[in-house]
Write a protein that binds this ligand. Structure first.
Ligand code: FEO
Length: 408
C-alpha cells in the first residue's frame, strides 16, 4: 500500500524507512533505522528527485505509481549516485523507459559503472547554474562535489524555495510519521543521530561542506529536503541546523566538555580513567562522558569527538603499540579530519609502556590538536604515589576547559 506524503502543492515525499538494517553502509550501527527520501514534483512535466535504496523499493514504486496515476514520468534528477539512493535507478528506467535522467558528467560516469543501461537520448547533462523548467517549477543545479561523493549536486526549486540537499542535512533514524523536523524534538531526540551521521559520513569533507554552505547562503531557502531524515521548513530551525553544519564543517566543538575514552584489558586503565573523571567532577567540570572504546561502536566515539572540546585518551600498550580499539579510534578521527581539540593522554604498560608515544604520533599528524604536557603512565595498576600526578593532570584539563569557557 502506498504511503506518500504531501509536503507542498504538487510536491510529495515518496521514500521509505528501513528499521531492519543493522549497519548503514555495512559500517555504522543504526538502532533507530534510517529513511531513504525521494521526492516527486507533479507539474506539466513530472520530475522525480532521486530514487531509494533497494530495501524500500517496493513501497517507493507503489508511491510513484499511485501519484503518477498513469501520467508520464518525464525526468529523474540524480543528485547522488550512491546506491542507498540510486540502487533502484535501473529498475526505474526499465519501468518508465521514456524518463530522462538528469545529472552531471560525473553522475553519468558512475551510472555506467554501476549499471549496463542504454540511456542514449535519455540523458540531460547539467552543470553549475543550469536550470530545468517543468511548468510552474524551475530547478537549478548546484554542484556539491565530495558532499559526499564526487558527483553530488543539490537542486534548488525556485517556486517553493526548496533545497533538495542530497546527503547534506541528513540524519540517521527512520521517520516515524513526523516527516518534518519541527514535528519532533529534534534538538533533543535527533541531534545525536544527525551528528553521528554528519561526522562519520561527511565529516572528512568539511572544506567541501563549507563551499556548499557558502553557495546555499546565496539562496532564499524555505525548505530543506535531504535524502535521509526529516524535512526542514521552519526558518529559525533551518538557521539553527545550518549553524550546526557550519560548526561541524569547520571542526569547531559544540560543547566545552570533556570526554574520556579508555581501552582496558583487565580494568586497571579503566580504573585510572574513572578516577580522573571523579577528579574533574570535583573541579566543577560538568557533563563528563566516559566511554570504553571496546564496548561502544567507534561511530559514536567519532561523533562525540566532533561534539566535545576536550578529549582524554587512556590506553594500554599492546604488541608494542596502541591497544587496538583505541588505535582504531585515533585512526578514524584522523581519517575524518578532526581538528582544533585539546587532548590529554594516559598510558598503561606492564613492562615497556609506549602507547602514549604512539598516540601522540597519530595526534601530532592531525591539524591543530593541542596535547597537554601533563600525562600519566600506569605500570600495570595506578598507585597511591601517582595521585599527585593525577591531580596535576585533572588541574591542567580543568584549567584548559575554564580557559576555553572564557574565550567562547
Ligand atoms: Fe546517503 Fe552518500 O549516500
Amino acid at each position: 500500500m502506498h504511503q506518500e506524503r504531501k509536503i507542498s502543492d504538487g510536491i510529495y515525499w515518496i521514500g521509505g524507512n528501513d528499521r531492519r538494517l543493522a549497519k548503514f553502509e555495512n559500517c555504522f550501527p543504526i538502532p533507530d533505522g534510517v529513511s531513504y527520501n525521494s521526492y516527486l514534483v507533479l507539474d506539466q512535466k513530472n520530475v522525480l528527485l532521486d530514487t531509494v535504496d533497494r530495501a524500500v523499493s517496493g513501497v517507493f514504486f507503489e508511491n510513484l505509481e499511485y501519484l503518477l496515476d498513469g501520467r508520464k514520468l518525464d525526468y529523474v534528477i540524480v543528485n547522488h549516485m550512491e546506491p542507498d539512493h540510486a540502487a533502484t535507478l535501473a529498475d526505474l528506467v526499465l519501468r518508465y523507459p521514456e524518463v530522462t535522467v538528469v545529472g552531471n558528467a560525473k553522475t553519468f560516469q558512475i551510472i555506467r559503472q554501476f549499471f549496463d543501461l542504454q540511456l542514449q537520448g535519455h540523458l540531460l547533462e547539467v552543470k553549475e547554474g543550469d536550470t530545468l523548467c517543468s511548468g510552474k517549477h524551475t530547478f537549478s543545479f548546484i554542484m556539491a562535489a565530495m558532499v559526499h561523493w564526487p558527483e553530488v549536486m543539490v537542486t534548488y526549486e525556485a517556486m517553493d524555495k526548496i533545497l533538495f540537499s542530497a546527503d547534506a542535512f541528513g540524519t540517521f533514524g527512520a521517520l516515524n510519521g513526523n516527516i518534518f523536523a519541527d514535528e519532533t524534538d529534534f534538538e533533543h531526540d535527533r541531534i545525536d543521530g544527525a551528528r553521528r551521521y554528519y561526522s562519520n559520513i561527511v565529516g572528512k569533507y568539511g572544506v567541501q561542506v563549507q563551499t556548499l554552505l557558502n553557495k546555499a547562503a546565496g539562496l532564499d531557502i524555505e525548505m530543506i529536503c535531504p535524502l535521509h531524515g526529516p524535512i526542514w521548513r521552519v526558518p529559525k530551525k533551518i538557521i539553527w541546523y545550518i549553524e550546526k553544519y557550519s560548526r561541524w564543517a569547520t571542526y569547531r566543538a559544540e560543547d566545552n566538555d570533556v570526554v574520556i575514552f579508555y581501552g582496558s584489558v583487565y580494568g586497571d586503565t579503566e580504573n585510572a580513567a574513572d578516577i580522573l573523571a571523579g577528579m574533574l567532577s570535583e573541579r566543577k567540570i560538568k557533563n563528563i562522558r566516559v566511554y570504553d572504546v571496546s564496548v561502544t561502536d567507534v561511530s559514536y566515539l567519532v561523533s562525540e569527538s566532533f561534539r566535545a572540546s576536550h578529549l582524554v585518551f587512556a590506553a594500554p600498550t599492546y604488541n608494542g603499540n596502541i591497544f587496538p580499539a583505541m588505535e582504531n579510534l585515533l585512526n578514524d578521527l584522523k581519517a575524518h579530519n578532526l581538528q582544533n581539540r585539546t587532548v590529554a593522554l594516559m598510558e598503561n604498560g606492564s613492562w615497556a609502556p609506549s602507547s602514549e608515544k604512539k598516540m601522540s604520533e597519530v595526534l601530532n599528524s592531525m591539524k591543530n590538536i593541542t596535547i597537554l604536557p601533563e600525562s600519566i603512565t600506569v605500570k600495570s595498576s595506578l598507585k597511591e604515589v601517582q595521585m599527585p600526578a593525577m591531580e596535576k593532570l585533572a588541574d591542567a584539563i580543568a584549567a584548559s576547559v575554564d580557559e576555553t569557557d572564557k574565550n567562547s
